[in-house]
Design a protein around this ligand. Structure first.
Ligand code: PLP
Length: 434
């Protein structure tokens, strides 16, 4: 049996029809229920969101938009997509929403296709400094069909803004390259993004400002991070990270002309039929985000992140920029021990039931497969109702496992078994959402 109740109820039928897949899903349910999820881009959805995904809505082709579909029989799909769009606009206090992108990268692709011609220049933060692969990585569409220029962080240790965005240097890059679009929003940046400052620079160099808030969307909706509106011309996001919805993308704007271009770029530009079962689940998740409890959730995500960063600092780990303002931190492991790598840490921690990901830190001398850091986030553990004192416990576990790993294989084997059991015991007190 799976340890999480949602998976259990779904599996009853599936086990009769396809036991092979049912068993694998059950095993994954058990893994999620008995381990601590610290991957900053992951979360646990509610039973309501989970159930909306597994419905008859998947049977339908609904190419087009509400009131303008290419297939008959879309009456209920129109109503569902309209509600999803209205809730998305209510969450971000904006006028236009496209809820169809299949993922965050698809949302970015559509937004770029809507506003740029192939070969046009845009400015962004490079992947290794915390950007996303869809912000100009060479082999991604964004780097193949457009021309990225990158703005820097402060790389000088002595600078008070060390490892934060260098807004002056960004302005210079933009004035020189004259990009069509200026992108902000990142995958591994632990500090507040100053959207107003970005907009001033975008205006100065004649660029459109696009804010990809994939990571921090939930914090914005909960009022725990500055809003990209009214500054950004276009806002893209995922729906499965801090928004705690199904895997998917979302594009928002306040300008009718831009919104029309985006709708065309999503369909038929980049996608065919929308995933209507996922759009229904997005609507359900957005409904949850609009409730007062979600504000409390967002506050606790940040409190937990600050507590985890502080507890790690007290054990001689260095969080880049000196800590965090949001839901994530980048931990420079070399401060604890020069021989620690992100790749080893990820592997050793997973063996002890603590799931994270290796991540380069700014100016990391090690290659991406090794790295000097791990990225840790609190959205998933906060959904599970972990509090600040649990963050101190988790930091202690992390340090025990990494110290044992440095001591050698025998020490690691016995310590990870001990920690894994302690982790499972704590997880048993905090079941996944039902
Ligand atoms: C996660 C992320 C995305 C892409 O999300 P997918 O759904 O995996 O395509 C885009 N931008 C940023 C900044 C992200 O962190």
């Amino acid at each position: 049996m799976a340890h999480d109740p949602i998976t259990n109820s779904i599996l009853t039928l599936l086990r009769q029809r396809d036991p092979q897949i049912a068993d694998l899903i059950a095993a994954e349910g058990k893994r999620q229920a008995t381990t601590i999820e610290l991957i900053a881009s992951e979360n646990h959805v509610s039973a309501a969101v989970m159930h909306a995904m597994g419905t008859c809505l998947t049977n339908k082709y609904a190419e087009g938009y509400p009131g303008a579909r290419y297939y008959g029989g879309c009456v209920h799909h129109d109503a569902i997509e309209t509600i999803a769009r209205e809730r998305a606009c209510a969450m971000f206090n904006c006028k236009f929403a496209n809820v169809q992108p299949h993922s965050g990268a698809q949302a970015n692709q559509a937004a770029m296709m809507a506003m740029m011609e192939p070969g046009d220049t845009f400015a962004s933060l490079v992947l290794k400094d915390g950007g996303h692969l869809s912000h100009g990585m060479k082999i991604n569409f964004s780097g193949r069909f457009f021309k990225p220029v990158h703005y820097p962080l402060h790389y000088d240790k002595a600078h008070p803004e060390f490892e934060r965005i260098d807004y002056d240097a960004m302005r210079k890059v933009c004035l020189e390259a004259r990009p069509k679009m200026l992108l902000c929003g990142y995958s591994a940046y632990p500090r507040i993004i100053d959207f107003a400052k970005f907009r001033a620079i975008a205006d100065e160099c004649g660029a459109l400002l696009m804010a990809d808030v994939a990571h921090i969307a939930g914090l914005i909706v909960a009022g725990q991070h500055l809003s990209p509106f009214p500054h950004a011309h276009i806002v893209t996001t995922t729906t499965h990270k801090t928004l705690r919805g199904p895997r998917g993308g979302l594009i928002l704007s306040n300008d009718e002309e831009i919104a029309k271009k985006i709708d065309k770029a999503v369909f038929p530009g980049a996608q065919g039929g929308p995933l209507m079962h996922i759009i229904a689940a997005k609507a359900v998740a957005f409904g949850e985000c609009l409730r007062p409890e979600f504000k409390t959730y967002g506050e606790q995500v940040i409190r937990n992140a600050k507590a985890l960063a502080a507890a790690l600092a007290s054990r001689h780990y260095r969080c880049t920029t000196g800590g965090t303002d949001n839901h994530l931190m980048l931990v420079d492991l070399r401060a604890r021990d020069a021989n620690l790598t992100g790749a080893d840490a990820e592997k050793w921690l997973e063996g002890a039931g603590i799931v994270s990901n290796k991540n380069g830190i700014p100016d990391d001398p090690r290659p991406p497969r090794v790295t000097s850091g791990i990225r840790l986030g609190t959205p998933a553990v906060t959904t599970r109702n972990f509090r600040e004192d649990h963050m101190a416990t988790i930091a202690a576990w992390i340090d025990r496992v990494l110290a044992a790993g440095l001591a050698g294989e025998t020490a690691l084997a016995s310590e990870s078994e001990r920690v894994r059991n302690e982790v499972a015991a704590l997880c048993a007190q905090f079941p996944l959402p039902a």
